[in-house]
Ligand binder design. Structure first.
Ligand code: FPP
Length: 244
């Protein structure tokens, strides 16, 4: 049931699914779909900047994606390296702060260096924070946060875990979009998405354009976010302090 319109989402998170099918339908190699996925991501970043979205978090490479065929994994790594060289200067000019979220230890030294270099070019930007989840898994994030607290001998509470997470630099996502027709979370933002509004689109990621983004935002705007409270208590909405 929807009541008063919810404000525009400050933080949008996206599972960019469907690149492989986009390519296969065109009798192209899967990597061509990922290449088109990068184009779609560029368009989406611009659209988010134009719409005043504060944070965009995308799932670019999961902890489980290493299990894909070797050629696809190395192709994705190469694509990421090239995309960084090509896109980062413009992102920096556009006021985008780039953050990579995920386990760095599993990446090659070259890739780790490229990610650090890209992040170093944009730290003071405030227009949009773009979190690229790369070698990321929601379970990994919860486990690494717990391990960090245990190593420091600190108590494990909701607040301390939240602060030790790899996504602690941004508020929790308001809207979580998954393209490609599947209706699952796939180990993305397991902790942070506790109160996110979920939106599933049948469009394949390369086809997810500005109009599709606007549809998702409009759908979100018609939702009532209750954070465990009743509808009557929603005047005005009081978000969970951990999700502020
Ligand atoms: C899922 O589609 C998509 C990915 C595993 C990669 C997403 C990456 C990008 C959009 C490009 C930006 C990221 C990098 C690394 C440069 P799928 O391959 O599972 O599609 P399918 O479900 O149709 O097979």
């Amino acid at each position: 049931m929807s009541t008063a319109p919810t404000a525009r989402p400050h933080h949008i998170a996206i599972v960019m699914d469907g690149n492989g099918r986009w390519a296969t339908r065109r009798f192209l190699p899967r990597l061509a779909g990922h290449r088109q996925g990068v184009e779609s991501l560029r368009r989406c970043v611009r659209a988010c900047v134009a719409r005043g979205v504060g944070v965009l978090t995308v799932f670019a490479f999961s902890s489980e994606n290493w299990n894909r065929p070797h050629d696809e994994v190395s192709g994705l790594m190469e694509l990421m390296g090239k995309a960084l060289v090509r896109e980062v200067p413009q992102l920096a000019k556009d006021g985008v702060r780039l953050c990579f979220v995920g386990e760095r230890a599993g990446l090659s030294a070259g890739m780790r260096g490229a990610l650090e270099q890209a992040e170093a070019l944009t730290p003071a930007n405030t227009r949009l924070t773009l979190n690229v989840c790369f070698n990321y898994g929601g379970r990994w994030d919860i486990a690494q946060a717990a391990a960090k607290l245990a190593a420091r001998g600190e108590p494990i509470t909701e607040a301390s875990l939240h602060a030790a997470m790899a996504m602690a630099h941004v508020p929790d996502p308001d809207l979580l979009i998954r393209t490609g027709g599947e209706k699952r979370i796939s180990n993305f933002l397991l902790w942070q998405a506790a109160y996110a509004e979920l939106y599933f689109s049948d469009r394949l990621w390369p086809d997810f354009d500005e109009a599709a983004l606007d549809e998702a935002i409009a759908d979100y705007a018609a939702r009532e976010r209750r954070f465990g409270r009743t509808s009557e208590q929603q005047q005005p909405a009081q978000p969970d302090p951990l999700c502020a």
